[in-house]
Design a protein around this ligand. Structure first.
Ligand code: DC
Length: 219
């Protein structure tokens, strides 16, 4: 089947998931959140009391895991060994663990196959860190969505306060900077602007403006 693929990469908190979800809804495509798949693996490591630095153990746990996704009412559910883990993968602990274990090539290999299979069989908007560079290098449209560290930290702060969680803006900024550094400097599939990607800085754009920029590119 000839499918249309849109790849969106960018650092944490740039608005990728919100924008990709809305754009997918308008275009009638499937939204694939690859970060959620890495997060499920990280959750499993935490549950198994494996530290991020123990590469062999991390790889062992991840290789035995079964990760899959399903869609319920348009929403992506990540299934970890058959369990829907959406409710457990958005904590700060899981975020840190995910960034740390996603540096391991064997962890990435496993998810790469799953991601490519989905894109082969569906029109997708897929977001992550290495989609345009590595997972779908032939995607019809490639976007690199970014925003300043301050903007991204403010957005995350607001989200956490709304969820009733405690948050300190300086800690969030430090966390974002550390994650950016790790995601951009790892050896395997680091975050960078893919060849042919359009760079969009969302610092001063509304969600609607960015969604329109992307959906207009498909026409
Ligand atoms: O998009 P996110 O914040 O849910 O991603 C969490 C972490 O997963 C991120 O810090 C790096 C990793 N990740 C990755 O390495 N490759 C992807 N395609 C998606 C996410």
């Amino acid at each position: 089947m000839d499918t249309i693929n849109i790849a969106i990469d960018g650092p944490a908190g740039a608005g990728k998931s919100t924008i990709a979800r809305l754009a997918a809804e308008r275009l009638g495509y499937i939204y694939v959140d690859t970060g959620a798949m890495y997060r499920a693996m990280a959750l499993l490591c935490i549950r198994n009391h494996v530290a991020a630095g123990e590469e062999e153990k991390v790889v062992g746990v991840c290789e035995r895991a079964e990760v899959d996704i399903e869609y319920v009412g348009g929403e992506q559910h990540v299934l970890l060994n058959g369990e829907n883990v959406n409710a457990y993968i958005r904590t700060e602990e899981v975020s840190r663990m995910t960034s740390a274990i996603s540096v391991y090539p064997k962890v990435r290999e496993k998810l790469l196959t799953l991601q490519r299979n989905i894109a082969e069989n569906n029109n997708v908007i897929m977001d992550g860190r290495d989609i345009g560079t590595n997972v779908l290098p032939n995607a019809r449209i490639k976007i690199y969505l970014t925003a300043s560290v301050e903007t991204r930290a403010k957005r995350r702060y607001k989200e956490q306060i709304e969820k009733g969680q405690e948050a300190a803006i300086k800690d969030i900024e430090k966390d974002i900077e550390e994650r950016d550094y790790r995601d951009m400097h790892r050896d395997c599939a680091p975050l960078r602007v893919a060849d042919g990607a359009k760079v969009i800085d969302s610092s001063n754009l509304s969600i609607e403006e960015v969604v329109k920029l992307i959906t207009d590119m498909v026409k």
